[in-house]
Ligand binder design. Structure first.
Ligand code: BGC
Length: 475
């Protein structure tokens, strides 16, 4: 994505408008979170209004992921031909139209089509926002603006969980509360849509299209001195003379295929450790154990958001692999503990008869599980996937790995509840625990440590044939 140069921090070289630009663009991350987090505390209300069976709950949840796969697939094309800004406007338009139309509570097939469209928007946003931020934010704040994206996803998940809880409590009739829930998303979507018009186009894309004068005038808005502008322009020019976006055939080059597999498997494991069962269905699962109320509805989104903050710092201090180990072990232990708690509950369905101990184990496990994910596999997987690909194949590598993420997210969303119903409530926790074990082995054997090494060095090691685990070793 044009940022594989070691960039030197130039504090004070940019104007404060940059923060406004980055915040507006990062609203795309917030919408990702709002749509991802929408289900958890609206599922009961949706079920009442649309008479959902278990299968409908899963399909309606998972169709977002299907849209995400297509959005991610096409976003590389949008980014290149429409430009970054217009792609963001498009995502904002889709978010606004699909959430507003959902608010009129159309028949289920149309409501599902709207959720597919929202997923399509999320798929575009999950590709374009990090790209736009990395291309537009000045060097000194590029890293922190990049991590803003994951943070906003978790803030979005938290905000919508909270507002859906309150809407459902204040307005008990689904015909009133559901439109309000969708309109909350529409409000933020409209903000992003309107805001995206004021965004400047990415200077790098303008240069790519040969529009140097426009690129300079964008940089004049964000940078303080002519010297800064000249420096940025010559960096972009240099990058444009380097290797450019390769075709799909790059997948078959040995060095690329190796890192592609690492990226794909990281995304597969990020989903198969079960995060979206917790994000989507934790209130439902707590309900199976007789727990209702605020604690059941807000624990997961709150812990998820809070522990993303330390991750941003720890990822540079401890490194990626250590965090992945800590997270996977925490998730392994807590998945086994949750499975045992459901074992203890057995087939008791009367909440009054379920003992306090298994409930406590479930609650503490959920907190530690989400801590384990938020501090590690959540941000680290996206980060490593943006680091390991050589420049000429970065767009294609990130498109494929993003699509894999959505595919496996969809698989979990579409099957978790019926799996529990068919094989017993504890079964799914043991399955996810099994994937945590595989994830630990995979990290130990194949994942490189990418902390403290420039992307050029990584690329150099990769092309000279270094083993995967040694890719991050400095020469
Ligand atoms: C994952 C999403 C998940 C979210 C939770 C992201 O990194 O890709 O699937 O819902 O984290 O915070």
């Amino acid at each position: 994505m044009g940022q594989n140069r070691a960039v030197e921090a130039q504090p004070g070289g940019y104007k404060t408008i940059v923060y406004v630009i980055c915040m507006v663009a990062a609203l795309g991350g917030l919408l990702f979170g709002l749509d991802q987090g929408f289900i958890a505390n609206s599922l009961d209300t949706l079920t009442q209004h649309y008479q959902f069976a278990v299968h409908d709950k899963e399909s309606y949840s998972a169709i977002l992921a299907t849209g995400g796969i297509f959005g991610a697939l096409l976003s590389g094309i949008f980014a290149r031909f429409l430009g970054r800004k217009r792609s963001l406007v498009l995502a904002g338009l889709i978010f606004t139209a699909a959430s507003a139309y959902s608010a009129i509570l159309p028949p289920l097939p149309i409501l599902s089509a709207c959720r597919f469209a929202l997923g399509f928007g999320v798929g575009i946003a999950s590709f374009i926002v990090p790209l736009y931020l990395s291309e537009t934010a000045p060097a000194a704040i590029r890293g922190s603006m990049g991590t803003l994206f994951q943070l906003l996803i978790t803030i979005g998940i938290f905000l919508i969980a909270l507002s859906n809880v309150f809407i459902a409590r204040l307005f008990t009739k689904p015909a009133t509360s559901l439109p309000l829930m969708f309109l909350t998303v529409t409000l933020f979507a409209a903000l992003m849509f309107a805001g995206s018009f004021i965004l400047p186009e990415s200077p790098r894309w303008l240069m790519l299209k040969g529009r140097k004068e426009q690129a300079v005038s964008v940089l004049r808005k964000t940078l303080n001195s002519q010297q800064e502008i000249d420096r940025e322009i010559s960096e972009i020019e240099e990058a444009l003379h380097g290797p450019q976006g390769a075709g799909v055939s790059i997948i078959f080059r040995g060095y690329f295929f190796k890192v592609l597999l690492v990226g794909i498997l990281l995304q597969v494991f990020q989903q198969l450790v079960g995060i979206n069962m917790m994000i989507y269905y934790s209130p439902t699962i707590f309900g199976y154990a007789g727990m209702k109320g605020l604690l059941a509805m807000m624990t997961v989104p709150t812990v998820n958001m809070l522990f993303t903050f330390p991750a941003i710092h720890l990822v540079e201090k401890w490194g990626r692999k250590k965090l992945l180990y800590v997270g996977a072990v925490a998730m392994l232990v807590t998945m086994v503990a949750s499975g045992l708690a459901f074992h203890a509950i057995g087939s008791v369905s009367d909440p009054a008869l379920i003992g306090g101990a298994p409930k406590m184990v479930l609650l503490v496990s959920a907190i530690l599980y989400i801590f384990g994910f938020a501090v590690s596999w959540g941000p680290v997987v996206w980060l490593v996937c943006s680091e390991i690909f050589p420049l000429e194949g970065r767009e294609i590598g990130m498109t494929i790995t993003t699509m894999v993420n959505w595919t496996f997210a969809g698989l979990v969303m579409a099957n978790a509840l019926s799996f529990m119903r068919t094989y017993g409530n504890s079964s799914i926790f043991y399955v996810f625990a099994g994937f945590c074990v595989l994830a630990i082995v995979f990290v130990a054997l194949f994942v490189p440590e990418t902390k403290g090494i420039t992307l050029e060095e990584l690329e150099f090691n990769l092309k000279k044939g270094a083993r995967l685990k040694q890719l991050g070793n400095r020469n």
